[in-house]
Each structure stands twice: as C-alpha cells, then as structure tokens.
Unconditional design. Structure first.
Ligand code: AMP
Length: 346
C-alpha cells in the first residue's frame, strides 16, 4: 500500500459487508443467559449475514486448564447451539483451536496491547478475585485473543451479552491501533443485539448474572431436567409483596419479571404486573407460572441436544466443515495482515 493510501486510511482491500462473529466457551452447559444474550441473535442473523460462530476452547484454558473433559464439553456446546436453532449449513460453526491462524494474529495483536489497559479490564479483575492462584498471562490477554477471533474474519457485528461490552471497546482500540500503524485492514467491530440494548440475564437469586461456571443454583441450564428447573425457579428470592399501590420494584422482583418477559406470554406478564401494582400479587403463583413456562421453553431444546449428542459422527462433521470454512476466511485475512505488516520477505 502506498503512503498516501495509508494516510487517507483507505482499506487495503474493500471491507467485507456485514460479517458476523461470536463465540461461546465450553466451560459448562449452555444457560438461559447464553441463549438470550447471544445464541438467539446468532439464529436471527444466520439467514442474512456471513456468520462465523465458534466454540472458544482456547479461551476456556485461561480458567479451566484441565483438558480431560474438554472433548465432551466442546461437543455438548456444539449440540446445544444447534438445538437452539444455529444452522451449520448457513453459518460457519467451528472450534477455535481448529483455526491455527488465530494464534498468529493473537501474537501480532499482543504487541499492540498494553499491560496497563489489560489490567484494568473488569472481567480480568473479577477472575483475579475468583482465582488468585491462577493469574496467568492468557487471562490478562483474554481480550486480545477475543479480538483476534473477531477480526480474523474482518467481522463488524458481534452478537454478545452486556458483559462483553468492555471487551468490544478494547477490540476497537486494538483495531484502530493496527490500522493506524500498518494500514487499514480491519473494520471496527461492534457489539450487536437485534433488540438494540445488550442483554444481561440476571441470576435467580437476584444478584449477579446467570453463568456457566459460577452461581449454579441461580442459573437455568438447558441440561437441567424439568424438576430441577421448577426447584430453582421456586427458590428465587421474593418477599411478602408491596403494601402501597404502584410501589417501586425491588431488584430481585424486577429480575423475576425480566425472566418472565423472556418466556411467558404478554397476557401473563400483564396480569402479574397489574397484581403487583394493586398489591394482590402472589409470588408463589407467579413463580409456578414462570417455572412451567420455562419448562415449556427449555425441555424441547434439552431433548434435541440429547438426540444430537447421540450422533457423534454428525458433530464431528459439523466441526470439520466449520473448520474448513473458517480456515478459508482466516487464510485470506492473514495474507492481508502479513502484507500490511511487511512480513512478506520473498
Ligand atoms: P460465555 O458463557 O462467557 O462464554 O459467554 C457466551 C456468550 O453468552 C457471550 O456473548 C456472553 O455475553 C453471553 N452471556 C453469558 N452470560 C450471560 C447472561 N447472564 N446474560 C446475557 N448474556 C450472557
């Protein structure tokens, strides 16, 4: 690229249109937060966008170094995503470690990421608090690896939950730095949700969020059986109800309404909202209703997951096909990257 082109910030090669990329770590079973924060958007986007979705097995090594369970967990996450509606014929659906170019791009980006900014990342600080015995460099550079995953396909749309907002901001910073230093190779990636606002699905205990590896009793997993779903919902924190009409809602009650808004009908939500406002609400009934609506929503996905898990050949084929499609895209991008960086000596 000429110096003039570089100065005008013109892309080295035209940006691809509306490429989508996102990933989920195989650190446990998929839960309601993964579905409403991420997977639902994958399914909505796969028809109209060029999509790359990935099982982030390398990311999981930052907190789960024991790989003995990884194979099964990767397959489970693949099955769960497909059961939720992801179609591997429409999207490239692959396993992160199968696309080796990720490691190369991660290395280059590490030279553009500064220790100070990485240490300030909220997710890093949380992980340090949770696992002070395992503060490894991979954990520190987690947002760098995530950036490599995204821009490896020159993606601009990243369907993620609210917890990823800061990582996406960092990804944009790394992209701006790369483009400025070596020439404009990458579009700036943005977190994306069809409903506009990014979502955080709260835990049932009224604190924190649903999570794969923490907060197990407050999280509804697609692998939970119907009785466990009911038990967890019935244990959600409530109180004796409002005593004044139209009282403000405590957080933990708002959370129950938020969960209801994900799976219950408008009529049901309206009824409980009006019961709340006129102080006649019975939280026991509300939770029973929520539990049944959850079971109705979650049980078919669990069933479909189990069917898919019984078909190992199909899951392996999905991984191989996905690796090929994602690999083709990655190799094209890395040509541009090496050329832009001048790492093409002959
Ligand atoms: P992870 O489980 O951390 O690998 O996250 C996979 C995807 O699910 C990411 O896009 C997260 O933002 C999203 N996600 C995880 N937990 C939640 C939650 N409680 N609410 C909304 N989105 C979530």
């Amino acid at each position: 690229m000429s110096e003039n082109q570089k100065e005008a910030n013109l892309p080295i090669a035209p940006f691809p249109k509306n490429v989508v990329m996102s990933g989920i770590r195989p650190t446990g079973m998929i839960h309601l937060g993964n579905y409403f924060g991420a997977i639902r958007n994958y399914v909505r986007m796969q028809d109209n966008f060029e999509c790359y979705f990935m099982v982030a097995d390398l990311h999981s090594l930052t907190t789960h170094p024991d790989t003995s369970l990884l194979k099964n967990q990767v397959k489970r996450v693949i099955a769960e995503n497909i059961a939720c509606g992801l179609d591997p014929e429409k999207a490239s659906f692959y396993c992160q470690s199968h696309v080796r170019e990720t490691g190369e791009l991660y290395l280059y980006l590490n030279m553009l990421a500064y220790k100070g900014e990485l240490e300030k990342t909220v997710t890093f600080k949380d992980k340090v608090r949770q696992h002070p015995e395992n503060v490894n460099a991979g954990l520190l550079t987690y947002p760098v690896l995530q950036t490599a995953d995204i821009i490896l396909h020159r993606a601009s749309h990243v369907p993620v939950g609210k917890d990823q907002e800061q990582h996406l901001e960092m990804a944009r910073n790394f992209v701006v730095r790369f483009n400025h230093r070596y020439g404009t190779v990458f579009p700036e990636p943005h977190a994306f949700n069809f409903d506009q606002e990014l979502i955080k699905v709260p835990g049932l205990d009224g604190t924190g969020k649903m999570s794969k590896s923490e907060n197990a009793y407050s999280t509804l997993y697609f692998g939970d059986d119907n009785d466990l779903i009911r038990k967890k919902v019935m244990k959600a924190k409530t109180d004796s109800g409002p005593t004044e009409p139209n009282s403000p809602m405590p957080d933990y009650i708002e959370n129950i309404f938020q969960l209801m808004s994900l799976v219950s009908s408008d009529d049901v939500i309206k009824k409980y909202k009006s019961d709340y406002d006129n102080c006649s609400i019975r939280y026991g009934d509300m939770k029973k209703q929520l539990a049944e609506d959850m079971v109705q929503f979650m049980a078919p996905i669990r069933q479909k997951t189990n069917d898919l898990l019984a078909n190992d050949e199909y899951l392996v084929k999905v991984m191989k096909d996905g690796a090929e499609k994602a690999g083709n895209s990655a190799r094209k991008t890395m040509e541009l990257v090496r050329n832009a960086m001048g790492l093409n000596y002959f």
